[in-house]
Design a binder for this molecule. Structure first.
Ligand code: DX5
Ligand code: ZN
Length: 230
């Protein structure tokens, strides 16, 4: 039985001057998880927020916090994000020399661990951590900014990751991040994705559009999955 499709709005596209209220609003509008894009100006060419902001957000929503760490080094900060309230912590293998150790550390702190694949990173990067991870994140843009165009060539990678997850026999979430809209959600869900991150497509119409935009992505994903199964 396939996992339910989850929608994880990225607060990167929220109003940073009203982050708590936007987090609460998007949770009320039907978000399953809240995706938190942590950027350091080094691993990626943009800077967002750190553990103090994650901790402050925790008061505004009890949805699972999905921390996407685009920082290097990652090991010294991952525990701080966990302490701040992250439930899922995803790292990029390029952000430290020892991805296996980083993932093991997150697991040892009792949280779900994910590994992220940049568009240029081959799928094989997950092979030696498949027995440990709870999530694989396929990036469908180069990380750093919201509002970029979906990179179509990554759909084949999503399918390849899906095959590996099935082969592992483990319960591993397959997340997709970047350029996800109602127009692209069907293809990623058909390829096997079950957690869809979306920033711009969720927040683009302000508070009033949140529920409608989340539902449109969910409907497109469910239709894509159903078509693929037919
Ligand atoms: C990109 C981030 C994404 C980003 C997605 O580095 O990891 O989560 O916010 O934004 P959209 O949905 O606008 O492509
Ligand atoms: Zn992200």
């Amino acid at each position: 039985m396939a996992n339910d499709i989850l929608i994880a709005p990225s607060l990167l596209a929220a109003d940073f001057a009203n982050l708590g209220a936007d987090a609460a609003a998007v949770a009320d509008a039907g978000a399953d998880w809240l995706h938190l894009d942590v950027m350091d100006g080094r691993f990626v060419p943009n800077i967002t927020f750190g553990p103090m902001v994650v901790k402050a957000l925790r008061k505004h929503s009890d949805k699972p916090f999905d921390a996407h760490l685009m920082i290097e080094p990652v090991d010294m900060f991952a525990p701080e994000f966990i302490q701040a309230g992250a439930d899922w912590v995803t790292i990029h293998p390029e952000s430290g020399a020892h991805a296996h150790r980083s993932i093991g550390h997150i697991k040892s702190l009792g949280k779900k661990a994910g590994i992220a694949l940049n568009p240029g990173t081959p799928v094989e990067a997950i092979d030696n951590v498949m027995d440990m991870v709870d999530l694989v994140l396929v990036m469908t843009v180069n990380p750093g900014f919201g509002g970029q165009s979906f990179i179509q060539s990554q759909v084949a990678k999503i399918a390849a990751v899906h095959e590996r997850i099935k082969g592992s026999g483990r319960d591993v979430r397959l997340e997709v991040d970047g350029g996800v809209t109602p127009a692209t959600a069907g293809a990623v869900a058909a390829a096997g994705a079950d957690v869809l991150v979306a920033g711009t497509a969720v927040f683009k119409d302000g508070r009033d559009g949140l529920a409608r935009n989340i539902q449109a992505i969910r409907d497109a994903a469910e239709a894509g999955r159903a078509d693929a199964a037919a």
